[in-house]
Design a protein around this ligand. Structure first.
Ligand code: MG
Length: 474
């Protein structure tokens, strides 16, 4: 009997040991995949307003792919761009710093132009540069607008690969075309913008009708080529910035007209990218973010978008100029839901660097917060304030739910009519997102508190010369 027990005991030990050994590779594989750094894709629209997606309230534009991304991910409704026009907005996203800190803003020339001699300084840390230190493959696809001279191009700022138009799609307008005709009846030949691959111009004028499609394909092939290593793709569409261009496949598809066609093509592109990630099995290890650089360019009537219920538009620091859709998608990791806390494009750099396993160099001031705990666990956002820069001036500031205006402006943004207010205005922007009811008389102590916050912020800013003002040959 004892012998039988001993045999059973030996069999049990052997079987257990066998099972343990045979399970080992599986355990290692699981640990290995859990430890692999996540991929990142940022999709950045140009001049798309808060109200231009069906999931953010547009009644006639259909964006089923972004709507699905919203329902599977987190939809942020208090998500901000750090500037109300293109160049400073892009500088802020990629560096995690207000543009006042690196000279990427100016009161004289609000953005870079084809005759500009400047760009993002080499000393700046971009998301790409910091992720490269973690072994990421990095690509910038689309609009750059941080300097088109070789020393300022994406390949000089931490990106392994660049494909795109290096500035806005309305630049290099040919001289003999009437402005009105050029914008309202846009043709490719009217805008002699270059399309670049790395540092080479490969097409001029760029065929803007196919540009959204080609940017999407480029992003997918980069991900596919680098599927075995962590990657970061910064996909910055040139559209829906005017002049509006759309491919044949999307011409006339939207109830919203040409502007809707353009948004629906961008939405299709988002669907292509998410489908690629799902089909390749990379979806559970990839964070995709969708947002826009600034509010809609409403002076172009129905060729411009909508800021929804917000006051103001591109070129202003009213909510409509800087509040944008902010969608975060990472199946299995991000807890889906609606987030009404504050977030900003400034936060993407610290969030992505932290998720990649890196740390921020402590040699400079950053203005972003790490949102990863809010994304993964639904924690309260660490961001509770925003400084609304209008070029080098501070238009206003938000702390908690209150926003102070120090200036007023033409709500359409163009022509600019910035005028310092004699008496500040105060809005509770969660109760009153349209900034209609001035509460300055009721809460002077809140104004004082916000002014103190602004003064403290100013104390951290070392003013540097603008990089946007010098022209080539000057
Ligand atoms: Mg823009």
């Amino acid at each position: 009997m004892n012998k039988l027990l001993l045999i059973f005991y030996c069999l049990f030990i052997c079987t257990s040991l066998f099972l343990l050994t045979s399970c080992e590779p599986e355990t290692e594989k699981e640990e290995g995949s859990a430890q692999r750094s996540p991929n990142f894709v940022i999709i950045f629209a140009d001049d798309m307003g808060y109200g231009d997606l069906s999931s953010y309230g547009h009644p006639s534009i259909k964006t089923p792919h972004l709507d699905r991304m919203v329902s599977e991910g987190q939809k942020w409704t208090n998500f901000y761009s750090a500037a109300n026009v293109c160049t400073p907005s892009r500088a802020a996203l990629l560096t995690g710093r207000y543009p006042i800190r690196n000279g990427m803003c100016s009161d004289k020339r609000r953005v870079l132009f084809p005759d500009s001699d400047g760009g993002l300084p080499a000393t700046e840390n971009t998301i790409a540069k910091l992720l490269k230190e973690q072994g990421y493959a990095t690509a910038a696809i689309g609009k750059w607008h941080l300097g088109h001279l070789p020393q300022y191009l994406p390949t000089s700022h931490g990106f392994d690969y660049y494909f795109g138009i290096p500035y806005s799609n309305d630049m290099d307008r040919v001289n003999d075309i009437d402005r009105q005709e050029a914008f309202w009846n846009a043709k490719i030949d009217y805008f002699n913008v270059p399309l670049m691959r790395n540092e080479e111009i490969i097409e001029r004028p760029a065929d803007q009708r196919t540009i959204t499609n080609r940017y999407t394909q480029e992003a997918i092939s980069f991900m596919n080529d680098h599927a075995e290593e962590p990657f970061f793709v910064y996909l910055a569409h040139n559209l829906p910035h005017v002049p509006l261009f759309v491919s044949e496949d999307f011409t006339g598809v939207s109830d919203r007209g040409l502007y809707g066609d353009v948004i629906e093509e961008i939405d299709w592109g988002v669907g292509q990218i998410l489908d690629y990630l799902r089909e390749s099995g990379l979806d559970e290890n990839t964070l995709v973010v969708f947002t826009s650089d600034n509010g809609p360019w409403v002076i172009f009537d129905d060729h411009g978008g909508s800021s929804g219920l917000f006051h103001g538009a591109k070129g202003t620091s009213y909510e409509g100029g800087v509040r944008e859709p902010g969608v975060f998608w990472w199946p299995g990791t991000i807890s889906p839901g609606l987030v009404t806390d504050m977030g900003a494009t400034l936060d993407l750099l610290p969030t992505l660097v932290n998720l990649s396993g890196g740390t921020l160099p402590d040699d400079r001031e950053y203005d972003g917060y790490d949102l990863s705990q809010s994304l993964i666990y639904g924690d309260k956002s660490p961001r509770e304030e925003l400084i609304y820069y209008h070029s080098t001036r501070i238009f206003g500031a938000r702390k908690g739910n209150y926003k102070v205006h120090f200036f007023e402006n033409n709500p359409d943004g163009y022509p600019e009519r910035m005028r310092e207010l004699e008496k500040e205005k105060l809005y509770q922007v969660q109760h009153d997102p349209s900034e209609r009811f001035d509460l300055a008389e009721d809460y002077p102590e809140i104004i004082s508190e916000i002014k103190e916050m602004v003064e403290a912020h100013k104390g951290t800013v070392e003013k540097v010369p603008s990089n946007l003002e010098k022209r080539i040959g000057e």
